[in-house]
Design a protein around this ligand. Structure first.
Ligand code: LLP
Length: 417
């Protein structure tokens, strides 16, 4: 994303963030269509002539316009709920381009996915496989499946977003996967199409991913020899981005390393989320107060943990930039940037040096992934609007929630009122 100071004013793809704030208010998420497109194209191009499908992980940012941008570019989609399936279908995407992941698919979600004709269900347990077979039989339509293998490999990331260790709830061990493939092969309602793995998110080294993919490829080859021919290897998502000083590999470097261990006769499916939208978005927020407490200076802003949960939940670091470049001699403050929510965990950034006064606009960087998607209404706070910067300028792609909407489906009267 082009996010730089132009004549002292921070602009995304040439649009001053001050103008965005003036039009749509704060807090507000701002995304760059060009950046999202460039990241998707980088994935697509990295595969060259190799058969592949880049399935954007919708959970990272499920705004319909963003899903639509990716659909236009020919993306597939990785989903984890019936809600995400409906969002993807609402943009005109084909169900056959959808991969359905997740450990807790309900019977209703599976039935809907089978009826819609999703491209593949990534299975995470024996019980789920049985449910899928039942749903397929009921719909009289065999279901395409892949087993998600848990390779017991440490991805070296935050424990909350690590998924490939045997103590994690995700996937099944290799031995169980072998058994499930035999079972699926024997069922007339299940069609084994591929094998999947995903060992974690915000990954900054390639080796653990390559090791995991090597294992699932070996399984696919073994199954092939046993007469169960798979078409695709789903290598998951997880490529990290730069929030602070991380050095994640380039998209091309990761894809090249993966292609080197997957035989060319398999289609490679990939499920990136964060690395497509993360650096393509910022959260705009305005400074309400400066508060000098005994031990700390607080910059109190109008965005909070309900808007961007990552700092509170993972102690994640997001860069904070003033939207107007401070004068060289401006007084800087050692400070924590905090929201109005009634929790000490409600911070967006801690231990920063900023030159700010009330009324200033700040941009919280790299907020395009798992930002709005994880936002809540805690403290009865309406969720922020989302704005997409396109060649023609800024456009509202989701309106700010209104308090009235939050109360619409509740009862304010008792039986005896
Ligand atoms: N595929 C599967 C099966 C996944 O579970 C995930 C993410 C992805 C793909 C996409 O991973 P990505 O490319 O975005 O890293 N809320 C956390 C991240 C949770 C990731 C969950 N699974 C955060 O804010 O860091």
């Amino acid at each position: 994303m082009q996010c730089q100071y132009v004549n002292g004013v921070l602009a995304v793809d040439g649009v001053p963030l001050e103008d965005v704030a003036a039009r749509f208010g704060t807090p507000c998420f701002v995304y760059s269509r060009a950046a999202i497109e460039a990241r998707f194209r980088a994935y697509d191009a990295a595969f060259g002539t190799r058969a592949h499908r880049v399935c954007y992980a919708v959970k990272a940012n499920d705004n319909l316009s963003i899903v639509r941008v990716l659909e236009r570019l020919g993306a597939g989609f990785d989903i984890v709920s019936g809600g995400e399936l409906e969002r993807v279908l609402a943009t005109g995407a084909a169900a056959s381009d959808v991969v359905f992941s997740g450990v807790g698919k309900t019977a209703a979600e599976i039935a809907r996915a089978v009826a819609a004709g999703v491209g593949c269900l990534n299975v995470e347990s024996a019980a789920e496989l049985a449910r899928i077979a039942d749903a397929a039989a009921a719909a009289n339509r065999p279901a395409p499946i892949a087993i998600r293998v848990n390779p017991d490999i440490d991805a070296g990331t935050h424990p909350y977003i690590s998924t490939g260790l045997k103590e994690n709830k995700f996937g099944v061990p290799l031995d169980e996967a072998r058994r499930l493939y035999r079972e699926a092969h024997a069922s007339r309602w299940l069609e084994p199409r591929g094998v999947a793995c995903h060992i974690g998110s915000q990954l900054t080294s390639i080796a653990p991913v390559v090791d995991a993919v090597r294992e699932v490829v070996a399984l696919a080859e073994e199954l092939d020899a046993a007469g169960i021919a798979l078409e695709h290897i789903d290598v998951g998502g997880g490529l990290g981005i730069r929030y602070q000083d991380e050095q994640p590999p380039a998209i091309g470097t990761l894809v090249e390393a993966l292609l080197a261990v997957v035989p060319a006769r398999y289609t490679v499916v990939m499920e990136p989320g964060r690395s497509i939208v993360g650096e393509s978005g910022v959260l705009l927020t305005r400074v309400e107060y400066l508060k000098a407490a005994a031990a700390r200076n607080f910059v109190i802003v109008d965005a909070a943990m309900n808007d961007l949960l990552r700092p509170a939940l993972y102690d994640a670091w997001h860069e904070v930039r003033p939207c107007r470049e401070p004068a060289a001699d401006a007084v800087t403050l050692d400070c924590d940037v905090v929201g109005p929510v009634c929790e000490s965990g409600d911070f967006l950034a801690r231990g920063r040096r900023l030159a700010v006064v009330p009324g200033d606009l700040l941009a919280v960087m790299s907020a395009g992934a798992y930002g709005f998607a994880m936002a809540s209404n805690y403290n009865a706070r309406p969720r922020p609007p989302e704005v997409l910067i396109e060649a023609e300028g800024a456009r509202l792609v989701r309106a700010r929630e209104q308090v009235g909407e939050l109360m619409r489906d509740e009862l304010a009267r008792l039986r005896d009122d």
